[in-house]
Design a protein around this ligand. Structure first.
Ligand code: NAD
Length: 459
């Protein structure tokens, strides 16, 4: 396997997966560090890591080389620095032992403590290498775990500069490798957090079950946006355009299909296509970066060809372009789409916005829920109440109301992923940290009297 530059298309170097014995050595080294880490001033060391990361330009340059984009890489580094800061502030309260209380049995009191898993493994995708590499690792470290991260083979350049920033004593190791490395990692850890596709997620879940360790899965999506008749169309089109095309649509929570009330469909479509046509590629000074993963241009081309063959109309974009060796796709607005088309049912992971007219909220909800996925969604309406009523009927773990794709930026709200979009505790909000802690109960009998159920014996 080779490491390819998404902007130039050039192969820069071969991938260098950590050999299995070295990976086992990394796991053993981290397990040695874990007891001291549980007793350490974790906040201080994490803060030092966060401050170093926020200011490091080599890390930024590597991220830009990995993904071909500048604005999102800057944002990624900023979000990660913010999330480290947030966990340092929030963790102490969340790690406080549960309050003791009297049990139903007279004389017995129930207390407890929280026991971190010793070693957590995180297996992560290419679309936000730094953010998704650390989004679960940081709360796991804050909880007192040691962590190995195995990022995607598509974007390994950021690993080396990131590892240079890890302070002594912080039990975090990020290793280069491919699917086989990820697979080997599952057998070495006490809990797995996986972010990636549904097929790989199934494999990881099966391997974790064999190893008898918990697996938290964050998988794909096909997020719908619903626009009801009274919605502010200027706001809805701007938000949906950003939600569907930021990072060239290569985000799990991208808007991938839009259902618009028939009475405002034409006006919405004209506005959306007009705005989409103004958003250019980074190679021309615009915000839309290249298609990062080598297999992705074929997926986009297949979804476009299938839609057009079945009668869809392309209003803007609609082609995979070659510039300077990389693959690019402009914001693409489609109409005349339906659920026989791949573009409405399978994850595209590109800047495609298929727009479908619907007859009222019931049809919008039925179509939005007609999916194997349930990651997130967006609803636009005249009032918050109207939007919330529709949001409450959606099979999705998070719904942005009168905005789109807010889970990219707001990590405080606890959410589950519905259906095939994931399994396990919430990665967002306070619950994120409790995934890495086991609760141990102390059942203390403070009574001097003999328990009535003890076997009768002679004094
Ligand atoms: P992928 O499933 O191909 O790979 C993800 C990771 O799994 C990589 O590090 C890969 O090396 C590793 N891997 C491959 N085979 C493995 C195996 N058998 N055992 C263990 N690890 C293995 O996903 P991708 O193409 O890198 O990422 C894109 C996908 O990720 C999309 O489906 C997207 O929706 C999803 N995603 C989800 C979220 C979320 O929070 N729900 C966030 C970002 C991306």
């Amino acid at each position: 396997m080779n490491v390819r530059n998404p902007v130039t298309g050039r192969i820069e170097r071969p991938l260098a997966p950590v050999p299995p014995d070295r990976l086992a050595g990394v796991a053993a080294e981290l397990r040695m560090m874990a007891p001291a880490w549980r007793d350490a001033d974790r906040g201080t060391l994490l803060s030092r890591f966060g401050a170093a990361l926020a200011a490091d330009d080599e890390l930024l340059a590597a991220l830009v080389a990995d993904t071909g984009r500048v604005a999102e890489s800057l944002l990624e580094r900023q979000i990660v620095a913010g999330l480290i800061d947030r966990w340092v502030r929030q963790a102490p309260a969340l790690l406080a032992p549960p309050a003791e209380f009297p049990a139903s049995l007279p004389g017995v009191h129930v207390g407890g403590d929280l026991v971190p898993y010793e070693l957590v493994g995180a297996i992560t995708p290419w679309n936000f290498p730094l953010l998704l590499g650390l989004i679960d690792a940081v709360p796991a470290l804050a909880a007192g775990c040691a962590v190995v991260v195995k990022p995607s083979e598509v974007t390994p350049r950021f690993i080396e500069p990131l590892m240079r920033l890890v302070p002594d004593g912080l039990p975090l190791r990020v290793v280069e490798g491919d699917g086989a490395t990820g697979s080997a990692l599952v057998d070495l850890v006490d809990a797995v957090v996986f972010t990636g596709s549904v097929p790989t997620g199934r494999l990881v879940a099966q391997a974790a079950a064999r190893a008898f360790v918990p697996a938290y899965l964050e998988l794909g999506g096909k997020d719908p946006a619903i626009v009801l008749a009274g919605a502010d169309l200027d706001r809805a089109t701007s938000a949906i355009l950003w939600g569907g095309t930021a990072n060239a649509g290569q985000s799990c929570q991208s808007i991938e299909r839009v259902y618009v009330a028939r009475e405002v469909h034409d006006e919405f479509l004209t506005l959306l296509a007009d705005k989409a046509a103004q958003v250019g590629l980074t190679c021309e000074g615009g915000p839309i970066g290249p298609i990062i993963a080598p297999e992705q241009p074929d997926v986009l081309a297949a979804h476009l060809a299938d839609a057009v063959a079945k009668g869809a109309v392309v209003h803007t974009g609609g082609e995979i372009e070659r510039h300077g060796g990389g693959h690019w796709c402009r914001p693409t607005v489609l109409s005349g789409v339906d659920h026989t088309m791949l573009v409405m049912t399978e994850e595209t992971f590109g800047p495609l916005l298929p727009v479908m007219a619907v007859d009222g909220p019931d049809e919008a909800v039925a179509l939005a829920n007609d999916s194997v996925y349930g990651l997130s969604a967006a609803v636009f309406a005249a009032t918050e109440e109207e939007a919330r009523a529709v949001a409450a009927r959606l099979h999705a773990g998070a719904v942005s109301v009168n905005d789109a794709s807010l889970t990219a930026l707001v990590h405080e709200g606890e959410k589950h992923s519905f259906r095939l979009s994931g399994l396990g505790g919430s990665r967002m909000g306070p619950a994120s940290i409790s995934r890495f802690l086991r609760r141990r109960a102390f059942l203390v009998n403070r009574s001097d009297a003999a328990d009535p159920w003890w076997h009768a014996t002679k004094e």
